[in-house]
Every structure is written in structure tokens, then in C-alpha cells.
Design a protein around this ligand. Structure first.
Ligand SMILES: Nc1ncnc2c1ncn2[C@@H]1O[C@H](COP(=O)(O)OP(=O)(O)OP(=O)(O)O)[C@@H](O)[C@H]1O
Ligand SMILES: [Mg+2]
Length: 235
């Protein structure tokens, strides 16, 4: 256990909750996270596993309200109050705290498989690399709200930002981040790839340019092998 100021960082809650499996899906806008999280959830349920499908920011009523604040995009003819990077970070972390306590930790302690569409790596990639805030400080704040819990495994969907944004542009719902510059999205992509290098034991990079079917099969193979190795039981 390490102490940073008043923030206790350590594995205490990790051991408390390790009954279940915590899997996260990360990547730039439009990289395929939601598509693959939903497909894997369907596959795992059909195999008899108990699955919680959730997302960030969000996952609880309060956290979903914070999500709206973070992602809402006012019409172009109306003036939008700019969120400072610090405000954006505080909102993301506040939502994560609610999500951890009320959804993720209880599900893991019941032995469920938790599939989470975005998590802590997104904070480091977007607010750290994208907004250029201090990554070490973000890691400390993140430990504070996650109670020291890291995902067991993370799938990182990687593809050129132009392709991800083109897929997003086909969607009717443009969010606040769709207005960011190409340079911002490139920094975010680079950030994710740096994190994958740093945490190669946890983060698996998936080529997001492949077909949805091909990716779904790859993920299913990797994850079912992981479940067998960990001897995760069906509830
Ligand atoms: N492998 C793929 N090839 C082509 N199109 C895809 C693929 N995967 C997803 N799509 C399509 O791209 C769009 C974005 O996919 P999806 O919503 O899964 O991405 P996302 O990473 O969750 O995006 P966001 O960051 O906006 O939440 C959707 O219209 C989806 O149908
Ligand atoms: Mg999505």
C-alpha cells in the first residue's frame, strides 16, 4: 500500500473483489467498442455466463446525468459554455466513483463478468494526452475513485482517426468530442497506443479496420481462453 497525500493507493479492494472478471473496451471515437462489447455480451450469455454490460461515463442514474453534461452538443447556432479540461476531468472521475461503488464492485463481488465500454485508460488518453493534463496526477486521481481496481483485461481498438470519425459522422448523434480537431484525436490515439505498450500484460490491441465479424471472433477466442485459464465459473 502506497500513500500519496491523503490518497491511499493499493491492492486492498482488488483482492476483495477478484471473484468476477473485469474487462474493458477502449479506443478512439468510432473504433467499434460498443459494437464488440454488445456482441461479446451476447456470446457470453449464450455460453451461460452472468454478464454486466455497462459504460463510461455512465452506468448509474447519477453518472448518466454526468454523461449528458459531458457529451451534450448544443446546436451550432447556440453558444456552448466551454468545459475546462479540469472540469471535464472532475466530471469523468465523479461519474466513475458512482459507477465503481454502485455497479462494478457489487457485480464483481458476485462473480459476474463486467464488460465496460471505456474506463480509466480513456481518462489518461483523452484528458492526459488529448487535453495535455499531467498524466501522473490523473493516475493518482483515478486510483482514488477506482479504489485501486484495475481491469483484468482490456481490448484496445485501433484505427486511423479519420476512419473512426468518418464512421461517427454517419451517426445522427454527434457529441461534443466530435467537434475536436484531428490533432486532438491523433494525440488520443497515440496515448492509447503508448498505454498499450506500457501495460502490455493487460491491454490487447485489436485492429479496428478488420470486419466486425472477424474482430468478434478474435475477441471471443482470446477472452474464452482467458476465462478457462482463470477457471471462471458460470453462475
Ligand atoms: N469493424 C467495423 N467495420 C466497419 N464498421 C464498423 C465496425 N465496427 C463498428 N462499425 C460501425 O462503426 C460505427 C461506430 O461503431 P461503434 O459505435 O461500435 O464504435 P464506438 O467505438 O463505440 O464509438 P464511440 O466512440 O462513438 O462510442 C457504427 O456505425 C458501427 O456499426
Ligand atoms: Mg460507443
Amino acid at each position: 500500500m502506497r500513500k500519496t497525500g491523503n490518497v491511499r493507493i493499493g491492492p486492498a479492494s482488488q483482492s476483495r473483489t477478484r471473484k468476477g472478471v473485469f474487462l474493458t473496451f477502449e479506443g478512439i471515437e468510432g473504433s467499434g467498442k460498443t459494437t464488440q462489447s454488445q456482441r461479446l455480451a451476447t456470446t457470453l450469455r449464450a455460453m451461460g455466463y452472468s454478464v454486466l454490460e455497462t459504460r463510461e461515463p455512465g452506468g448509474t442514474p447519477v453518472a448518466e446525468r454526468i454523461r449528458t453534461l459531458l457529451l451534450e452538443n448544443v446546436p451550432k447556432n447556440r453558444k456552448q459554455e466551454i468545459l475546462t479540461p479540469e472540469c471535464e476531468t472532475a466530471l469523468v472521475l465523479a461519474a466513475r466513483s458512482q459507477h465503481m461503488t454502485h455497479q462494478i464492485l457489487p457485480a464483481l463481488s458476485k462473480g459476474m463478468i463486467v464488460l465496460c465500454d471505456r474506463f480509466s485508460d480513456s481518462t489518461l488518453a483523452y484528458q492526459g494526452f488529448g487535453r495535455k493534463l499531467d498524466v501522473e496526477l490523473l493516475q493518482t486521481f483515478n486510483h482514488f475513485v477506482t479504489q485501486g481496481l484495475d481491469p483484468d483485461l482490456t481490448f484496445l481498438f485501433d484505427l486511423p482517426t479519420t476512419q473512426g470519425l468518418a464512421r461517427r459522422a454517419r451517426s445522427k448523434h454527434q457529441n461534443r468530442l466530435d467537434r475536436e480537431t484531428q490533432a486532438f484525436h491523433r494525440r488520443v490515439r497515440r496515448g492509447f497506443l503508448d498505454l498499450a505498450t506500457e501495460h502490455s500484460e493487460r491491454i490487447i490491441v485489436i485492429n479496428g479496420r478488420n470486419s466486425s465479424d472477424h474482430i468478434a471472433l478474435t475477441i471471443e477466442n482470446i477472452f474464452t481462453t482467458f476465462l478457462r485459464a482463470k477457471r471462471v465459473s458460470k453462475l
